[in-house]
Write a protein that binds this ligand. Sequence first.
Ligand SMILES: CC(C)(COP(=O)(O)OP(=O)(O)OC[C@H]1O[C@@H](n2cnc3c(N)ncnc32)[C@H](O)[C@@H]1OP(=O)(O)O)[C@@H](O)C(=O)NCCC(=O)NCCS
Length: 429
Amino acid sequence: MSGSRRAAIVAGLRTPFVRAGTDFAQLDVLELARSVTVELLQRANLDPTEVQHVIYGNVTRPVQYSNLARELVLASGLPRTTPADTVTLACASACQAITDATNLIERGYADVVIAGGVEMLSNVPISLSPPLARALVSASQARSTGQRIASFRHLRLADLPPVAPTITETSTGLSMGQSAELMAKLNGISRADQDAWALGSHHKAAAAWQDGRLAAEVAPVFVPSDTGHAVTRDNHIRPDTSLDKLAQLKPVFDRAYGTVTAGNSSPLTDGAASVLLMSEERARGLGYSPKAFVRAYAYAAVDPAGQLLLGPAYAIPQALDRAGIALDDVEVVEMHEAFAAQVLSTLKKLDSDAFAREELGRSRAVGCIDAGRINLGGGSIALGHPFGATGARCVTTLANTMERRSAGLGLVSVCAAGGIGAAIVLERS
Ligand SMILES: CC(C)(COP(=O)(O)OP(=O)(O)OC[C@H]1O[C@@H](n2cnc3c(N)ncnc32)[C@H](O)[C@@H]1OP(=O)(O)O)[C@@H](O)C(=O)NCCC(=O)NCCS
């Protein structure tokens, strides 16, 4: 909180989240971001000239858009004079976009900001090995055919295959899934508990579609094809899954002794989400009733060689302290579910006196988040997880839930590659 200016969450919207390689595979990442942003402005009935800044998260950066957020401005009919920047904080990229927007608003540098994120894992940028890339550049600058041919002279067969991005930590060589396995083992998280969490995620997400909660925050995306069609729903939710079916799935990241499966992991996903933030004064001046306000936030980081996805267990207490509240004061929580093992490890640590004493320098546990106040409409395991967009999905859902329940305080947390944890506290009063 700074001074008297507060950043209001006025509206939020997302595309359907779909498994990579399915409904959005033919779409361009910019089109996905544009589609939801234009729809957000229309549903909010906001004159685009009001928008003063755009901040957008994206992880697997498309080669053709060095600043995707600025392209989004130019493609969405926003004033061509609107500055924009693209941010990357792995799975917490949209959290970074939203807290950057909050800073701009609280400092009085902007009154209306669009923040969000997008990921298109169907079309990740595939690059060339450095020797092949250097050879091609050199060939393009050659002045004769002989020089052009000579550019390729030092290439080896191993330089030829394309290089795809991975979800592996550079410093440890471990994938996210392997790190989740490690966390399950270190924290004693059983396969049965992980599967039960995943089951709950699917069932709650299915119920939230059924009763209209999710339909209200998802905008259809038009996919031009031979006939053209609209994608209207998330496509990973399995209302018919069961503990029996989940128990039959083989572990993926440690085939011999592991507990992390396709069923209790979030899937690779395409999707985008945008949030409209305003200063409280401008929001009320334009006739909006803010859904919630950003009260505080925090980022923390842990050593990736340890428990990679435990960052939120450190960021949450910091954000709560900055908000001047306790975990018990929080009525609803949206916690990103990279893996059930990661969520359950984080909840266990937050409820541990020993962790509080040894790691946080506090005398008592941060607190217990019971099932009745977390991820009430499902989480990333069922809904999917487009890296750049998830933070905006969580903030939108939390703000809507708080509005619906007249909840005073809410909390978002997202774990991210590099050992980063993000936590944002929203308030309503
Ligand atoms: C875990 C992972 C490797 C699984 O990928 P996948 O094998 O393509 O997953 P699928 O969706 O095809 O599921 C595999 C099988 O499990 C089944 N399955 C998955 N979830 C299920 C569920 N809830 N209930 C029943 N069956 C399920 C599928 O039907 C499929 O069965 P089939 O082989 O008979 O068709 C992939 O989702 C992944 O890498 N996730 C982690 C992403 C990540 O690291 N994100 C970063 C987080 S910070």
